[in-house]
Design a protein around this ligand. Structure first.
Ligand code: PCA
Length: 324
């Protein structure tokens, strides 16, 4: 028994010796979305895998729901090393780095398989962009397809004029304006309050966020548009990453690869469940009507053209690689 204990201690010390001082590193990981959301639950599983695959060298504590840093502050916190790691919605950063809007192109890649193909096409370019921002992406994970929430029936832009619309990035603000709506940017964590106080009465998102925020308390209609499947990403500060030894980095990457795959599968598995829950709670959940959809497609083309103007040749290369 004593021998076993001694062996276990030696193994633990060897693992701890991944760092010169022999200590475990404790990493706080802010995440932007609610604790019960699948992204956050997968983040917790990622932390468990990291502990296992780095032999305890890295101990990640997940802080979901914007509790440590609000969603809008997480990227900067990681960039500046206030925290070594964090999770956020990638295209929220497209105003600063247009390439990061690669997953917001309306109607380009609307299935999980196509979305994954698009990420493969974008990955190297996006990672190069992230390196310029002092960031390393460990894994990304798609939200289910995006559609529109309203508090009334909507058949075309004639019904959307003047509505206050909660947007989550600059592309969705543009989308709103094209539909005659007034965009206001609100974090998912503050969405229920924004709907309750009339700051917004419509938004674009997946069934997932509507379910998390119980939006049936305020809104009545969800139109499945499946315009795109945007991604969250888990990012690490470049210096924190470079300071790790090779074995620890490899252990973290293995944990990230497994979690990225599991998270995408979970997202796909839950997509229909969310719609069923919205309906069960009294919402009308249906496909956007032909007139509304045709308008959305026209706006989508304009948005893609706008993105290509800002993302330039790198953006075009992503689309070309995807189409080939
Ligand atoms: N939910 C997040 C981003 C995309 C989604 O489906 C949100 O609405 O903020």
């Amino acid at each position: 028994m004593k021998t076993i204990t001694t062996l276990a201690c030696t193994a633990a010390m060897t693992a701890g010796a991944a760092f010169a001082d022999g200590h475990t590193q404790n990493w706080d990981m802010p995440m932007a979305y609610s604790a019960t959301n699948f992204h956050s639950e997968q983040g917790v599983m990622f932390a468990e895998r990291v502990k296992e695959y780095t032999n305890g060298a890295i101990n990640i504590t997940v802080h979901p729901g914007g509790s440590l840093f609000g969603g809008g502050d997480i990227k900067r916190a990681v960039q500046t090393g206030q925290v070594p790691i964090g999770e956020r919605f990638m295209s929220a950063h497209a105003n600063e780095a247009p390439l990061l809007g690669w997953d917001n192109l309306p109607f380009l890649a609307t299935t999980y398989a196509d979305n994954s193909k698009l990420w493969e096409a974008a990955r190297d370019t996006v990672n190069a962009q992230l390196a310029d921002l002092n960031l390393v992406a460990l894994y990304t994970c798609p939200w289910p397809g995006q559609g529109f929430y309203f508090n009334k029936e909507v058949n075309s832009s004639a019904d959307t004029q003047g509505i206050k619309f909660r947007s989550y990035n600059s592309a969705t603000a543009t989308f709103a304006e094209e539909l005659g709506m007034i965009p206001v940017q609100v974090e998912a964590a503050e969405l229920s309050q924004a709907l309750a106080t009339g700051v917004a009465s419509a938004f674009i998102s997946s069934g997932s966020t509507g379910y998390d925020r119980k939006v049936w308390e305020h809104l009545s209609h969800y139109y499945k548009v499946n315009a795109w499947l945007p991604r969250n990403y888990v990012i690490v500060n470049s210096q924190s990453w470079d300071a790790l030894d090779d074995a620890t980095r490899a252990g973290m990457q293995k944990a990230a690869d497994e979690t990225g795959a599991a998270c995408a599968a979970k997202s796909e598995e839950l997509a229909e469940f969310y719609f069923a829950e919205l309906a069960k709670n009294g919402m009308t959940v249906e496909d956007a009507g032909p007139k509304f959809l045709a308008e959305l497609k026209t706006i989508g083309e304009k948005m893609t053209a706008d993105w290509l103007e800002t993302a330039g040749a790198d953006g075009q290369a992503i689309i070309d690689a995807y189409n080939n």
